[in-house]
Design a protein around this ligand. Structure first.
Ligand SMILES: O=C(O)c1cccc(C(=O)CC[C@H]2O[C@@H](n3cnc4c(=O)[nH]cnc43)[C@H](O)[C@@H]2O)c1
Length: 236
């Protein structure tokens, strides 16, 4: 099965690429450049934020479909913020739910998700069997991973997110965009975050990006063969 792994930035893509040591080639498609591994897994630095990530992943999915070689799985991967104490620095989180946290309307009575305005969706769920197999293989916790367009930078905002999303373990900026693109192509999606910083008051100097990238690389070393052999039929 062909797998597309979408990260935000090249440093994250290169961490994932360490799991595929044999030669890879860059394949341009309209709107994106894929790093194609010999194992048949394509890696994509899709850009920061849900909109750019959705555009890049959509370009890759469309190119593959037109080529007659569609992907069977899309994985959103990267570093992320962790909600303590559930997701400490250096740990791994696999999303069973990918939820956009700030798509909706602010009202005097609080935040209304876009679904309560009568539009769209706010959550995508990943196949249970895949979440189980992957999380067990890498020792990850499973829960909701939030997608935000603005990185949380205060304790008040972190507490607000916790109150609205009690199952949230992590936040990133791309998962929901990647999942929207995958859903439009009816391809299952998975999100994996390696925790680089706590969700809370902003302290960029304290982000442990190197440790998180190392954890991401180690995780993909374990799960690359699992992803390629996983079939959606395993969930039925
Ligand atoms: O500066 C570097 O060397 C470097 C290497 C790899 C990645 C980065 C990024 O800044 C990645 C941005 C990416 O990280 C996600 N992220 C990380 N922490 C959080 C957070 O607390 N809240 C939301 N997103 C977070 C996010 O997906 C960004 O796209 C730098």
């Amino acid at each position: 099965m062909r797998v597309l792994v979408a990260t935000a930035v090249p440093a994250e893509r290169d961490a994932v690429a360490r799991a595929f040591p044999t030669a890879a080639e860059d394949v341009p498609v309209p709107g994106a450049v894929l790093r194609r591994t010999a194992a048949g897994c394509d890696l994509l630095a899709a850009g920061v934020g849900p909109a750019r990530a959705a555009a890049s992943v959509s370009a890759a999915l469309t190119a593959a479909a037109l080529d007659g070689t569609p992907y069977g799985l899309v994985v959103s991967a990267g570093i992320g913020g962790g909600f303590l104490p559930g997701a400490p620095l250096g740990s791994l989180v696999v999303a069973d739910e990918i939820t956009v946290a700030d798509l909706g309307a602010e009202t005097a009575d609080g935040f209304l998700p876009v679904t309560e305005l009568g539009f769209g969706t706010v959550t995508h769920r990943s196949p249970e069997s895949l979440v189980r197999v992957v999380s067990e293989a890498i020792g990850a916790r499973t829960g909701t991973v939030l997608t935000v367009s603005t990185v949380t930078g205060t304790a008040a905002r972190a507490d607000g997110l916790r109150a609205l999303h009690p199952r949230a373990l992590a936040e990133g900026m791309e998962g929901f965009g990647v999942a929207e693109a995958a859903a439009a192509h009816e391809v299952p999606v998975l999100e994996i975050r390696a925790i680089s910083n706590p969700v809370g008051p902003r302290d960029r100097a304290a982000w442990r990006i190197g440790d998180a990238l190392a954890a991401l690389a180690e995780a993909f070393g374990k799960i690359a063969p699992l992803m390629e052999s996983w079939s959606q039929h395993d969930d039925q």
